[in-house]
Design a protein around this ligand. Structure first.
Ligand code: ZN
Length: 349
């Protein structure tokens, strides 16, 4: 008797299935034939009360019909979903070339910084960094810059309204936007014992009027080497090696006596003109040399500020503005272009 009942349900289901025209109707159908309150569920539940012999016949029959119904519903569901979907027109042609997206350009300053870091790390230098907001101690005092030096004037330095507490004696200290990457020197020395070789590329700030060769925000690069027998010859060699690699030509360095509070002796340094190789041209005003930056042997007062015993170490420091270098390398005639945000400028690199 159960056998006929199952067959009846099965037949009726396939008749009903033909009439289900959308997914909602199909869902109702599923509920009716396979749901908790369906006749099928009742039959499954009653299997327990059947004789062992009947169970052997009815069990597989019921399970088989149930699976058949459930499969038929899935097939119909897929068919309903795909109805009205044109596979041919929706096909994606993966052989059509895509749209090219702009990858962006590096600012020439970034290009120069990358070059500098590559050259110096190959020579065994460590790349160091420091904060752009610095205390008066690290930016001036520790670098042996006298209290009334004009560099500390409002006209030259951006001072902040906020002050900082000195960690050692608790006194209030003025804060400024660092006016030179040298501000990172003593900080590094406080945490490291010589010998070491570092470079510090970074952004610096000066309170000054801008024109084609002056900016209030620009990049500097600083190199510091400290050990027990470092001398001016080492400085000259490293500088010459660096510029020769950077400009991919034989570059000579010339030192001229000069004064900076943080070095003794101090020098201005020039390099042979990269345009005429020292013969004389318009770029070097026919002198064969280009002025580039400042250098010198680290003043013992600076070592003392870092906590090193006076006279134990010697070292050299030198640095220059990166904009000037980029202007030379890429023949750019206005320093303000670097921070202009003008895409016509950036896209050339
Ligand atoms: Zn020249």
């Amino acid at each position: 008797m159960q056998k006929e009942k199952i067959e009846g349900i099965r037949k009726q289901f396939f008749v009903d299935l033909e009439t289900a025209g959308n997914e909602a109707e199909l869902f109702d159908l599923e509920k009716k034939y396979l749901g908790r309150k369906s006749e099928f569920t009742e039959i499954m539940k009653s299997l327990g009360s059947l004789s062992a012999e009947d169970k052997k016949v009815v069990g597989p029959l019921a399970n088989g019909a149930r699976k058949e119904i459930s499969d038929a519903i899935e097939v119909k569901r897929t068919a309903l979903r795909n109805k009205g979907f044109d596979f041919e027109s929706e096909k994606i042609d993966i052989t059509i070339p895509g749209n090219k997206r702009g990858a962006g350009h590096l600012n020439p300053i970034s290009l120069i910084v990358n070059d500098i870091q590559d050259i110096f790390t190959a020579m065994g230098f460590e790349v160091s960094d420091g904060p752009e907001i610095e205390t008066e101690f690290y930016n001036f005092d520790a670098l042996n810059i006298p209290e009334h030096h004009p560099a500390r004037d409002m006209q030259d330095t951006f001072w902040l309204k906020q002050a900082a507490k000195n960690k050692k004696n608790g006194s209030e200290e003025r804060l400024s936007m660092r006016s030179q990457t040298s501000a990172a020197q003593v900080k590094y020395m406080e945490q490291h014992t010589p010998p070491f070789k570092i470079i510090v590329p970074g952004k610096v700030f000066r309170s000054e009027a801008t024109d084609s060769t002056h900016e209030h925000t620009f990049y500097q690069f600083e190199s510091l080497v400290v050990g027990e027998n470092i001398n001016v010859g080492n400085l000259k060699f490293v500088a010459q090696e660096f510029f020769s690699l950077l400009f991919k030509q034989d570059v000579k360095v010339r030192l001229r006596p000069s004064y900076f509070p943080f070095v003794e002796p101090g020098f201005e340094f020039d390099i042979t003109c990269t345009v005429c190789h020292g013969k004389g041209c318009k770029a070097c005003r026919y002198g064969g040399w280009l002025e580039l930056g400042g250098a010198g042997m680290v003043n013992q007062n600076v070592f003392e500020a870092a906590g090193y015993p006076r006279g134990k170490y010697t070292g050299f420091a030198w640095g220059f503005g990166l904009e000037r270098l980029a202007m030379m390398k890429y023949k750019i005639d206005d320093v303000r272009l670097f921070h202009s945000g003008d895409l016509r400028f950036i896209r050339q690199f």
